[in-house]
Design a protein around this ligand. Structure first.
Ligand SMILES: [Cu+2]
Length: 391
């Protein structure tokens, strides 16, 4: 119990550090912390009052209640396409949406509010599905949920314009007695309703985000970045310089600014989205091809784990890659890209900016020297929406 209490305190500390770091930012950064992520000790009565709530077997306590808002964002500045996003508040909505982090054994109640205008949803509706209802939803991978939390039209678990609906996710733990494999892993959530019965238009316009389920005792990273490799050679729906908007004087971690200080443990949650195959490759860094992205232990099994720096990601796939920023190779501007050459040539590339130990950003070769900047605080990137404190 003591160890668990320490873990909870450590998790809380990381969350607070992340909150401090992101508060410096523009407010559009993913994982903008919010009081909405609090609200522990939700009673059964509270949850039962929200439409849609129904618990999967084994979920005896709601550990955390989260409000999530689906909103329309400004159009893409390059393509002028409609953009939607999920946020812990309407103001902080982004694509990808906030990272949702769970620990095995936890059960979350997530209430989704649909604030996307009906006219926008109508314009996104596929002409092949003229009678498809207007709405948004929250569909997830990896964790346990009942039909009522499927986030689909046929199960009537979607949210019409102006409405709300509560989804319940259970990070079922591994149980060697029953054979349950557990739910620890790297997953994603997304809309399954906008445009048609598969939510294709919802994902294409920005309704997606990452889910991490950790097992008790899993090593924790200092930062997590969610990177969705998608259609039209995009990373998080952006290409080339749009996918890397780091301000050299003040890099603010977020969906378009992948930054860490040398020595920090950085976790990438990679998502395959859309119709194409991709590969995830980062220069100067490698990771263990395991469930957590790190090697645990020193035995024969640990010694046989492959270390890789390039991994295939197909539609719907997700995995985690854990690296130590700049370890042995130093700070710098490390390319991070799809290794299908025509994809990278067309802009499926961004940069992993590794700051030095003082938090200074090294200049790109050929550029003027960068200004020293404040150390990006640990826990930046995507701050978990909620985690720890399994009650
Ligand atoms: Cu690709």
């Amino acid at each position: 119990m003591k160890a668990r209490r320490l873990l909870v305190l450590a998790v809380l500390a990381v969350t607070l550090a992340a909150a401090g770091g992101l508060a410096r930012g523009s407010g559009r950064g993913a994982g903008e912390p919010s009081a909405a992520a609090g609200g522990q000790g939700v009673t059964a009565a509270n949850v039962a009052a929200a439409p849609g709530a129904e618990r999967p077997g084994g979920c005896t306590v709601i550990d955390r209640r989260i409000n999530l808002y689906a909103v329309e964002l400004p159009k893409d500045p390059i393509t002028n396409q409609v953009r939607l996003g999920y946020g812990l508040t309407p103001e902080s909505a982004s694509y990808p949406g906030p990272l949702i982090e769970m620990i095995e054994g936890q059960c979350f109640a997530i209430t989704l509010y649909n604030q996307v205008p009906a006219a926008t949803l109508e314009a996104l509706r596929s002409t092949a599905n003229p009678n498809h209802p207007l709405g948004v939803s929250l569909h997830t991978h990896g964790v346990k949920y009942t039909q009522k939390s499927d986030g689909t039209v046929h199960s009537n678990s979607f949210v019409p314009p102006g409405g709300s609906y509560t989804y319940i996710w259970y990070a079922q733990p591994r149980n060697t007695n029953t054979g349950a494999q557990g739910t620890a892993g790297y997953w994603w959530y997304h809309d399954h309703v906008v445009g048609g019965p598969h939510g294709t238009a919802g994902m294409r316009t920005g309704l997606f985000g990452g889910v991490v389920v950790r097992r008790q005792g899993d090593p924790r990273p200092d930062r997590t970045y969610v990177l969705a490799f998608g259609d039209r050679q995009t990373i998080n729906l952006r290409r080339s310089s749009e996918a890397d908007t780091c301000d050299e004087a003040n890099p603010v971690p977020g969906p378009t600014c992948v930054v860490a200080k040398v020595g920090e443990k950085v976790e990438f949650l990679v998502i395959g989205m859309g119709d194409d195959m991709h590969t995830f490759h980062v220069h100067g860094h490698s990771w263990a091809d395991t469930r957590t992205g790190v090697v645990d232990g020193t035995g024969a099994l640990a010694n046989s784990v492959p270390i890789i720096d390039n991994k295939t990601v197909g539609p719907g796939d997700t995995f985690g890659a854990r690296v130590i920023a700049g370890e042995s190779v130093g700070p710098g501007h490390w390319m991070l890209h799809c290794h299908m050459q025509f994809h990278s040539d067309l802009g499926m590339s961004t940069t992993f900016h590794v700051l030095d130990e003082n938090g200074a950003m090294t200049a790109h070769a050929g550029h003027a020297p960068g200004n020293p900047v404040q150390a990006a605080p640990a826990g930046g990137g995507q701050a978990p929406a909620a985690h720890g404190n399994h009650g």
